[in-house]
Design a protein around this ligand. Structure first.
Ligand code: PLP
Length: 372
């Protein structure tokens, strides 16, 4: 981060700062150890070994086997691989109304049923069961945690329902991996998507967990990398950076959660103390630090820009074009009233945020929307 211009970064759900440890681990593979990991000669030995170690570290962090981890270029690719693979096999897809666009857009390419959610963003169980009646088997894809409001879905229970009905289950865990404990066997998912830049890893790298024995058509065709399941020369540096960043986050997971939870409470109490009216979106069970706030009769886009001018980066839940404010599909799906939806911003905190950051955020919000 640029130390000269000290700004407060509070948009960690969009992307997160790269861990220094991860950066240092990447450098040798960007500069000296640039060999192609798939080659048989001695110069490829170090990159090959690094690839194996990274795969094992990542597998271990989610309770998987190394051979169940497939490196991809990002969460979007992992999600597209899953959804497009389902359609290629003629499978019906059931998903939720609040998924990321990297699920919802590919879902427009085939037979899909979209399940609504309640006001907290939790998938409606009855509607889900009704959707499963449409076919004897298919693929269910429900996100582990929502990017806009932080809601954590009861993924284990939803996967049980899917399996009981003979359907496969995928979860988009891009917002959850590295932020909450995940064991793929305990939750019983067949596939899981993840992306490094959401857990202090580098951008442009992610992975797909695919249960051993599950046959799934490839999205990228070409060379025989990733055991013939995902073509393309492996980006060893990014893969190593992803593994080190994930390991670092998992090693201090409880510490991080407590720290971010404290900051979250500081922010909410700070706003209450200033008598600022707000509604917090999402469910009580959420990814810590993902704080979607709706300020009645305010304009989220305007708040974002004013905060930007004050040196604070947050995100909005609605986007203004020249004619009208567009409310996001997630806020629409949770039936948030327009009066609140238009004034929504998302503050997403990470382990690198501090008490001083929160003091500044509260004080700036008070200047923008408070009674001062
Ligand atoms: N899924 C969710 C829930 C996300 O929040 C994002 C990114 O914002 C993605 C998928 C896409 O990940 P990537 O940016 O690595 O393509």
């Amino acid at each position: 981060m640029n130390q000269k211009k000290r700004y407060i970064y509070a948009d960690n759900a969009a992307t997160s700062p790269l861990s220094h440890k991860a950066y240092e681990a990447m450098v040798p593979f960007l500069v000296d150890e640039f060999g192609n990991a798939s080659q048989p000669y001695a110069f490829a030995r170090k990159p090959k070994k690094a690839l194996q170690e990274a795969r094992a570290m990542i597998a271990d962090s989610i309770g998987a086997l190394p051979e169940e981890i497939f490196f991809t270029s990002c969460g979007t690719e992992s999600n597209n691989w899953v959804i497009q693979g389902a359609f290629q096999q003629g499978l019906h897809v059931v998903t939720s109304a609040i998924e990321h666009h990297s699920i919802l857009r590919p879902c427009t390419l085939g037979d899909t049923t979209i399940v609504p959610v309640n006001n907290d963003g939790i998938v409606l169980r009855d509607e889900f069961c009704k959707a499963l009646e449409k076919d004897e088997r298919g693929l269910v894809s429900f996100m582990f945690a929502n990017n806009e409001i932080g809601t954590i879905e009861p993924v284990g229970e939803l996967a049980d329902v899917a399996h009981h009905n003979g359907w496969l289950f995928h979860t988009d865990a891009v917002q959850a991996v590295g932020h909450t404990a995940i064991n793929v066997h305990e939750i019983g998912v067949d596939m899981l998507s993840s992306s490094a830049h959401k857990f202090n890893g580098p951008k442009g790298i992610g992975f797909l967990y695919k249960r051993r024995g599950l046959e799934w058509p490839s999205l990228l065709l070409g060379g025989s990398q990733e055991s013939g399941h995902r073509a393309g020369t492996e980006n060893v540096a990014l893969i190593v950076g992803m593994a080190v960043a994930l390991q670092e986050n998992i090693d201090s997971l409880q510490e991080n959660i407590i720290h971010i939870q404290d900051l979250e409470e500081q922010l909410l109490h700070g706003l209450e103390k200033k008598d600022i009216a707000f509604h917090r979106n999402g469910s009580p069970n959420h990814i810590v630090g993902n704080i979607s706030l709706s300020f009645p009769d305010e304009d989220g886009e305007a708040i974002l820009h004013k905060m930007d001018l004050m040196g604070i980066n947050v995100s909005t839940g609605s986007a203004c074009d020249s004619k009208e404010t567009q409310i996001s599909h997630v806020l629409k799906a949770i039936h948030l009233k327009d009066k609140f939806a238009k004034g929504t911003i998302r503050v997403s905190l990470g382990r690198m945020n501090t008490v001083e950051d929160i003091d500044k955020i509260v004080s700036c919000m008070n200047k923008i929307i408070g009674k001062h």
